[in-house]
Design a protein around this ligand. Structure first.
Ligand SMILES: [Zn+2]
Ligand SMILES: [Zn+2]
Length: 508
């Protein structure tokens, strides 16, 4: 130890007010200024103390660790990955705390030598804590709609804490905020403010269920649930399904991959705020677990079961439901029944042309193309064989037939045999089928194929008649919007689609 250093007993500092110096020479050297420096170094500032006090008062839990011991006994904080870059420009709109200092205004952080460079110092991790709950920060150049045709950069404002961590050779900005505040923001950007309050409440519970289940899954470190096979490949068959990939450095991202989150850039609608507030802490549960509350645009009259779209693990609350007041579900796994069902227009909540209701669910709804309940696509032999060859990278020759080998309970095909003059091949599940038979994707895999204009036994025209939009599992968004407009309560809407589930309040 150099002569400039002092030896003090660390335990004594914990107790506060008493400083024990084991070496006599230190006792004679120490000054009030040095003692002040020691305390500054090892204790929190008055401002930090305020932050912690405020957080305890608000009932926020302080760390993910504590949440693990007793999941969600109070409102948890969610971490949202916002943006990453070599250099980030941000503005603190109120005083924030970082590295023991109060900071405000414009800040620049950049990636440097494996760390974060800020105000001339390198950090491994940098957190800006808001002392007040109304504090916010603004980030430049946040990309929204990543990899979609509407991708653009925007300046966005976020409430709560900003954490900066190193991710590869970039700095990643993570926003940490209370779950309920996050939900207000995502539901405001997903749903129209003109939606019925009951529909918004149902949606709030679905979003909350999805979010909390996602947070629990990430924190449980149970890799078995994460690491499942998502395809089966044989010489003559490819059965594949696409599920949500989890993030590792944060709970959810701010893009459509999870739920689009734009912070408080746009004010939350008061209708949405009310829906979130009145359902605070409520989630869908089944057998002691938060439900995997899937939803899609339009079921087509009967909702699909989980295992026909994703892995073969049926969920008790994701069973086929007739989307109407009547309860009897027709057997649509039978080919003749499926044909009759898809080529007719049975009554259903989602069988609607009500523009006011459709506008609540369909963001860019075009009145001319409201053909999702029953739809039709036409291909010539050349169009279809070219398309399938492009999509599968296999040469089938001419397409002779498309044969459904298995249908789910909603009539959606989960295994389809493509028969060509040169070869045959089986594909599944629903999304793989929808992508293979369209430049983008078909509305759904609940379809029947009509072949015509045969030349030497080979059909020259194909008419695909289909039902519904999306995978059809869980809540039918258009059906739910109709139910909300018809005066059904949010719990009636949810329990219509998630049969046997319960709505539980996880925290106050
Ligand atoms: Zn994501
Ligand atoms: Zn429906």
């Amino acid at each position: 130890m150099s002569s400039a250093q002092l030896l003090v007993s660390p335990g004594a500092i914990d107790m506060g007010g008493l400083l024990i110096l084991p070496r006599e020479e230190d006792y004679f050297r120490i000054t009030p200024e040095t003692i002040q420096q020691i305390y500054d170094e090892v204790s929190i500032t008055f401002e930090d103390q305020e932050v912690i006090g405020q957080r305890l008062k608000d009932g926020f839990s302080l760390s993910g660790l504590r949440q693990m011991e007793k999941p969600f006994s109070c409102q948890p904080l969610v971490t949202v990955g916002i943006v990453s870059g070599n250099e980030l420009h941000l503005v603190l709109n109120k005083p924030y705390m970082a590295k023991g200092k109060t900071v405000n205004g414009a800040q620049t952080v950049s990636y440097s030598e494996g760390g974060i460079l800020w105000n001339g110092n390198h950090y491994h991790e940098l957190t800006f804590q808001p002392p007040a709950t109304d504090a916010s920060f603004t980030l430049d150049d946040v990309t929204i709609g990543i990899d979609f045709h509407w991708e653009r950069k925007e300046t966005q404002t976020f409430p709560g804490t900003l954490r900066l961590v190193v991710d590869g050779e970039r700095i990643l900005a993570i926003n940490e905020l209370p779950v309920e505040k996050y939900l207000e923001s995502v539901i405001s950007s997903e749903m129209r403010a003109t939606s019925s309050l009951e529909l918004l409440k149902a949606h709030a519970i679905i979003s909350r269920s999805w979010l909390l289940a996602q947070m629990l899954k990430r924190r449980s470190e149970d890799d078995e649930t994460r690491d499942h096979f998502s395809f089966v490949r044989r010489d003559d068959e490819l059965i594949r399904w696409y599920d949500h990939e989890d993030h590792t450095l944060f709970d959810v991202c701010a893009d459509d991959h999870c739920q689009r989150y734009q912070g408080i850039t746009k004010a939350a609608s008061s209708h949405v705020a009310e829906a979130v507030r009145t359902t605070r802490g409520q989630v869908l549960m089944s057998e002691g677990e938060i439900c995997d509350a899937r939803f899609s645009k339009c079921c087509g009259g009967v909702s699909e079961e989980y295992q026909f779209c994703w892995e073969d693990t049926p969920k008790p609350y994701l069973i086929a439901v007739r989307d109407a007041d009547e309860r009897a579900v027709p057997n649509l796994q039978n080919e003749e029944n499926a044909l009759r069902w898809i080529r007719s227009e049975p009554t259903a909540f989602c069988n609607t042309q009500d523009k006011e209701v459709l506008l609540q669910v369909l963001n860019d709804y075009d009145q001319e193309t409201a053909d999702f309940y029953r739809w039709h696509v036409h291909y010539t032999q050349e169009e279809l064989s070219t398309l399938i060859q492009q999509k599968t990278k296999m040469d089938f020759g001419c397409i002779v037939d498309l044969i459904p080998l298995e249908r789910g309970k909603s009539g959606r095909i989960s295994r389809l045999k493509i028969v060509g003059t040169k070869r045959s091949f089986i594909i599944g599940k629903e999304l793989e089928i929808r992508r293979t038979l369209s430049e983008t994707h078909l509305y759904s895999s609940a379809f029947v194929v009509e072949k015509s204009h045969f030349e030497t036994g080979i059909p020259q025209q194909f008419d695909i008649h289909g039902a519904g939009w999306g995978h059809g599992v869980g809540l039918c968004q258009i059906g739910a919007a109709v139910m909300g407009a018809d005066g059904y309560r949010y719990d009636e809407i949810l329990l219509h689609y998630y049969r046997g589930a319960t709505i539980n309040k996880l925290y106050k």
